[in-house]
Design a protein around this ligand. Sequence first.
Ligand SMILES: NC(=O)c1ccc[n+]([C@@H]2O[C@H](COP(=O)([O-])OP(=O)(O)OC[C@H]3O[C@@H](n4cnc5c(N)ncnc54)[C@H](OP(=O)(O)O)[C@@H]3O)[C@@H](O)[C@H]2O)c1
Length: 306
Amino acid sequence: MSKYRAFDRIGFVGAGRTGTALATAMSAAGYRVAAVASRSGESATALARQIPGCSTRPSAREVVEMCDVVLLTVPDDAIAGVAAELPWRNGQAAVHCSGALSLEVLEGARRQGAMVGGLHPYQTFPAGLDATEWLPGSTFAIESSGELARWLEELVQRLECRAVTVAAEDRPLYHAAAVMGCGFVATLLDTAGGLWETMGFSREEAMRAILSLATGTLRGIEAQGTRAAATGPITRGDSGTIRKHMEALAERMPESLPLYRQAALSMVGMVLKQGTITPEQARHMEDALNAAPALAAEPVSAGDER
Ligand SMILES: NC(=O)c1ccc[n+]([C@@H]2O[C@H](COP(=O)([O-])OP(=O)(O)OC[C@H]3O[C@@H](n4cnc5c(N)ncnc54)[C@H](OP(=O)(O)O)[C@@H]3O)[C@@H](O)[C@H]2O)c1
């Protein structure tokens, strides 16, 4: 049990991907998840069914009335409006889970006397998958103060995760990095799948090959870090191979060319820092990347780090 008795009953407004993952993980960790509401009610009913002692409420207002801490796991754009409409009281806590937003969105709750907090899981919760399996070990950004901050830190610890504090001015960078670690990884692999399809393979065949490669890459990154784990022609300084890639992409899938070029230029910069290629090799590869017919008018450099 938590040593913060004032925060005994936990409520959720929003029973989507994040609400479901956090509510089930908190319940499994011994928290009393007492009530949940969502817009349609169907998702709240489905979530409440998975949690012993949790009831579906017909409105968010009832969740706020019966709980001590309420997590607003609604889409970012809805948080401020939902928080402002609800009847908060002194000593109660309102918490949002957005990575991009500050505590300002909970101003409506704070004005009524509630403590406010941000609890952002640096993790992905895709629809239809049980994310509680890979939640342990994740990082959470906490924004709060006083008793609520301590309670949130304890919560993160009990979920077997790690808490960090991110300065308000760094929040956009923190969130942009999350987009790179999830959505951009998926986008790169999706584009790689498109190249396989261009060769006539099915998406399933493509993904079987690409996923196994990507999984090996992630294992390498986990063991040795991003720079040491990267392999391929750029790490060897093979500008002739890069030139062949650019020509083939321009001919067969030109829409993938800007992504390939930008990622390759960034990789040239990364590998140069690692010291596995010479500045001259880097220059040859940059020339190859900037020389592709469709891109010749718009040269880009990998960076000024050298
Ligand atoms: N998904 C992720 O991987 C992830 C990761 C970290 C943080 N987050 C953050 O978590 C929050 C929720 O995102 P999500 O991806 O979980 O969203 P989601 O899956 O779309 O779920 C949103 C939930 O909010 C409900 N809802 C929408 N508008 C509402 C309103 N006006 N009043 C009451 N309930 C309302 C929806 O109800 P219905 O079910 O009835 O439609 C749904 O249950 C966001 O702040 C997001 O930034 C998400």
